[in-house]
Ligand binder design. Sequence first.
Ligand code: CS2
Ligand code: MG
Length: 404
Amino acid sequence: MKIVSADVIVTCPGRNYVTLKITTEDGITGLGDATLNGRELSVVSYLRDHLCPMLIGRDASRIGDTWQYLYRGAYWRRGPVTMTAIAAVDCALWDIAGKAAGMPVYKLLGGQAREGVTIYGHANGQTIDELLEDVQRFLDQGYRAVRVQAAVPGLESTYGLHGSDTGKTYEPADAALPTENVWDTSAYLDFAPKLMSAVREQFGFGFQLLHDVHHRLSPLEAAQLGRSLEPYRMFWIEDPTPAEDQDSFRLIRQHTTTPLAVGEVFSSIFDCQHLITNRLIDYIRTSVSHTGGITHLRRVFDLAALYGVRTGSHGAGDLSPVSFASALQLDLTVPNFGIQEYMGHLEPASEVFKTNYTFADGYMHPGEAPGLGVDIDEEAAARYPYQPRSLPVNRLRDGTMHDW
Ligand code: CS2
Ligand code: MG
């Protein structure tokens, strides 16, 4: 099963996606997502200029060895660009392995450990009333878990509401230069418990409630938030504080029983190791396409299982359907599965990516198609050329740069 070509497809059906397509001598193709939101072309170059030429002639079935070859072979270790590129190769090789065996990838990973993958959707609103309507929309569809974000009164824009970061709307005006937002921690800390209280008051406790803090608080502020949300029994608060200083999570933990989820900006098991082995988090949220692919994420999940940490993979709309399908294949098999994020994709993405995953009753299933179960229509992809885009940045009221 020699690899004869490795091509990179860049397309923007609503938002930018980078896809690696590997082809073997017998004509089997495999896909891997190589999208790194706002920094897409760096991974395109890493693949086209460095990894693709190394893949030609290699045996596509040697997935683990290829991973080690690319990881150790670079000499330079880890980092989001490297690990996203390696992830794309890895997922594409799993796709090929599945197709060669005539099986969905989850069967090669040991088979399904549950009937379906519990997913959470993103409800949001400019006001609490608008948010409540959105939550209702998810509950009506059968969702068992909903993430809620609403505009913080007094702030002009709040994370998770509109713009290209939500995946829900398409704003052609988004340019290469980042939008600048203003952040006010005390307005947020005041508002968050009111928001959760309104949600529980209206809908009760019959579904899981999640919230993303998006790295904006100090550890002590995060502890205050966690404590103030305890009456609303959150499934988790996500990224309450930036995770470079990992020991700071100990402080949050000492003050609150609200569960913590972290990891969407991590790129390797080494970024997760301290938080997991010290039991400083409850859910590990690394994504399959930014953390070295199925091969590496499986190791992260196994490490997490030893310490009672469950999985909660990142599934934002800036990860392509290929990434989402890869996540579902793995989610279905791991013993310590927690939940899977599902933001969905903008409408034009369905012209480019043909998927097999299904949703029923709050659960998703990757389907029975051999491999990952996603195809790409390259003609459709060509109709949506790359558009330079950036993630927003945040400043405090006095202009100081803050975490977005
Ligand atoms: C987010 C993402 O889904 C999430 O939890 O934090 O929307 C994140 O902002 C984007 O993936 C960044 O590219
Ligand atoms: Mg997040």
